[in-house]
Design a protein around this ligand. Structure first.
Ligand SMILES: [Zn+2]
Length: 506
C-alpha cells in the first residue's frame, strides 16, 4: 500500500478521440480503480497535448483561433472520458501556466547541471506532421512515415536547439536492462534495448518562430518542440519545480501506446537524467485496436466513432469488451459481431443472468433477505482461488486474464446452481441446505462486483446496491471482499443489468 501515480499519454487536440484513445484511457482507469480497491493512494492523471502544429491548421480550417480550438477540443475529450467513466484525479492541458512553468524549469535545470547538453545547430530532415517529429531513415517506409502512411513527409531545414541525447545511451541501457527503469511488456523492452544498442543521435528540441507553443528559455526566436514540451506534463502536473512535487513524483506508471516508446523510454528518461530528476518507475506500452487487421486511425479513415461504440451496449460493456477481447498488451481486433457476441454470452447470459436468477430465488424463498449461513462451500473455495489469480493478473497489468477469472467465477456459480438445485431444496423444505446455497450465491456476487468493478464501474455499483451492501463499492477494501459478511443483507431484484436489445429496461 502506498502512493501510486499513474498517467496516460496526452492526446493531440486535432480531432475527436477514437477507440484507440479509449483503450488506453480505460485500461489505465481499470488499473487506477484496481489500485484504489487494494488500498493505494492513487493519483491518476490524464490530459491534452495542445501545442502541436496541427492545432494551428485545424483551428484555421474551423475558422477559429488556436486558443478557442483547444478549449473546444478539451471539452469534447472530457465529455468522452466522463462517458467512459474515467476516474482521473487530474487533467492537465499543456497550454496551462503550471505546465509552462514546469517546462521552463526543467530546461533551466538541464542548462545549469549539464550546460553542454543543450546546444544550437542546423536541422535538416523530413518532418511528419502526424507524429510531430523529424523521421530517421529507419522510421521511413516507402518514403512515408511508418505510423502515418497517408501523410506526405515535409522536408524542413532550420536553426534549432538540440539536446545531447547520445550521451544517455549507456546509462539508459543499464537502467532498462536492470529493470530499475521498467519497460513492459517484454516485447517493447526488447525493442527499446535494440534501439539503444544501435546508438542514439542528438535531437532537435525547438522550432523556429512558432506562433503557438512555449517560448524556449533564453531564446525568443525559438519555441520548445511540441514533443519535448508534452512529455514534461507528467512532471509539471505534480507542481514541479515547487517544493512538495516529490509527494507524487516519480510516476509509478506511464501508460502509453506502443508507437511512442522512443519518446517515453529513451528521450524522456534522458531529459530527466540530464536535469537530475528521478525517473518514472515503469512504462507500460499497450498494443493497438485494429479494425479488420488494420490500425484504427482517423487519418486513415478506419475509425469507429466512440459515441457509436458506447451507444451500442453502454460504457461498461465497451470497457469490458476492449480489455477482454482486444487486450492491453498486443494488438487486437474490434468488430461489431464480436462485441455483440461477448455482450450476449459473457454479460447478458453470463453475469447478468446469474445475478438476476440468484436474486430472484432469494426474493422468492427468503423475501430477499440473506440467510445466516456462513459455512464455506465449494463455490466459496472457487471464489477465493479465482480472486487470488485475478489479483495477480491485475498487479501484472494482465487485464485480459483478470477478466477471464471473473468469467470463470460466473461459470462456477452457474454449475453450483445446477449441482445444488435450490428449487428442489425448496420443495423438499431442506432449509439449511437452501440457506447455505443462497448465502454462497450472494457472497459470490459480492466478489464478482469487486472483480468487475475496475472494468465496468457503474454496472458493478448497480449490482452492489442490488445486493443491499451498505457502503459504496469504491469505499471498500479488496481484502474485505475475499470472505464477505453477507448475513442479513436485504437484497432487491435488480433491473436487468445487461438488457438485450429486445428487453431493454423500461
Ligand atoms: Zn508519423
Amino acid at each position: 500500500m502506498g502512493k501510486f501515480y499513474l498517467t496516460t499519454a496526452i492526446d493531440y487536440s486535432n480531432g475527436d478521440p477514437h477507440l484507440g484513445h479509449a483503450l488506453e484511457k480505460i485500461g489505465a482507469d481499470c488499473i487506477a480503480r484496481w489500485r484504489r480497491l487494494r488500498g493505494d493512494q492513487v493519483h491518476f492523471l490524464m490530459g491534452m497535448d495542445e501545442h502541436s502544429q496541427s492545432v494551428i491548421a485545424a483551428a484555421a480550417a474551423g475558422g477559429t483561433t488556436p486558443r478557442e480550438w483547444v478549449d473546444r477540443m478539451a471539452e469534447r475529450f472530457e465529455r468522452f472520458w466522463r462517458r467512459l467513466e474515467c476516474s482521473n484525479d487530474d487533467w492537465i492541458r499543456t497550454t496551462e501556466p503550471r505546465h509552462q512553468a514546469g517546462v521552463t524549469a526543467l530546461l533551466d535545470r538541464i542548462r545549469e547541471r549539464e550546460p553542454g547538453d543543450l546546444f544550437e545547430g542546423e536541422y535538416e530532415g523530413l518532418y511528419c506532421t502526424g507524429c510531430e517529429e523529424f523521421k530517421t531513415d529507419a522510421q521511413i517506409v516507402d518514403g512515408r512515415c511508418g505510423e502515418h502512411p497517408t501523410l506526405a513527409l515535409v522536408p524542413t531545414k532550420e536553426r534549432n536547439w538540440f539536446f545531447r541525447l547520445s550521451r544517455y545511451r549507456d546509462p539508459l541501457l543499464r537502467l532498462i536492462s536492470s529493470g530499475e527503469f521498467a519497460v513492459e511488456p517484454a516485447i517493447r523492452r526488447n525493442e527499446v534495448l535494440r534501439l539503444l544498442e544501435a546508438g542514439l543521435q542528438d535531437i532537435s528540441i525547438s522550432r523556429q518562430r512558432m506562433p503557438w507553443g512555449i517560448p524556449f528559455p533564453g531564446d525568443s526566436q525559438q519555441t520548445v518542440y511540441v514533443w519535448f514540451d508534452a512529455l514534461i506534463n507528467y512532471l509539471s502536473a505534480t507542481g514541479f519545480p515547487e517544493p512538495g512535487y516529490e509527494r507524487l513524483w516519480p510516476a509509478d506508471l506511464h501508460v502509453i501506446g506502443k508507437g511512442i516508446t522512443r519518446f517515453h523510454c529513451v528521450i524522456w528518461p534522458a531529459m530527466l537524467l540530464a536535469a537530475g530528476v528521478a525517473l518514472p518507475r515503469e512504462v507500460w506500452a499497450h498494443g493497438y485496436v485494429q479494425w479488420e487487421g488494420t490500425k484504427m486511425s482517423k487519418t486513415a479513415g478506419t475509425a469507429v466513432t466512440l459515441d457509436e461504440a458506447i451507444d451500442r451496449h453502454g460504457s461498461g460493456p465497451l470497457r469490458y469488451f476492449l480489455l477482454r477481447e482486444v487486450g492491453f498488451e498486443n494488438d487486437g481486433n474490434f468488430t461489431w459481431d464480436r462485441f455483440d457476441e461477448r455482450y450476449n454470452a459473457d454479460l447478458a447470459d453470463g453475469l447478468g443472468n446469474l445475478a438476476s436468477r440468484s436474486l430472484a430465488m432469494l426474493a422468492k424463498y427468503r423475501d430477499g433477505k440473506v440467510p445466516e449461513a456462513t459455512e464455506s462451500t465449494a463455490l466459496d473455495e472457487a471464489g477465493s482461488r479465482l480472486m487470488d489469480s485475478y489479483a495477480a493478473a491485475m498487479d501484472a497489468f494482465d487485464l485480459k486474464t483478470a477478466c477471464e477469472r471473473a468469467g470463470a467465477l460466473v461459470s462456477e456459480a452457474n454449475q453450483y446452481i445446477v449441482a445444488t438445485a435450490p428449487w428442489t431444496l425448496a420443495k423438499n423444505e431442506d432449509n439449511a441446505a437452501l440457506d447455505r446455497t443462497l448465502a454462497a450465491l450472494v457472497r459470490c456476487l459480492v466478489r464478482l462486483a469487486g472483480m468487475t468493478g475496475p472494468f465496468m464501474p457503474s454496472k458493478a455499483s448497480e449490482l452492489w446496491r442490488a445486493l443491499g451492501c451498505s457502503d459504496d463499492l469504491w469505499s471498500v477494501h479488496w481484502g474485505s471482499l475475499i470472505a464477505p459478511q453477507v448475513a442479513g443483507l436485504q437484497t432487491i431484484r435488480p433491473p436487468i443489468l445487461f438488457p438485450k436489445p429486445e428487453q431493454a429496461n423500461p
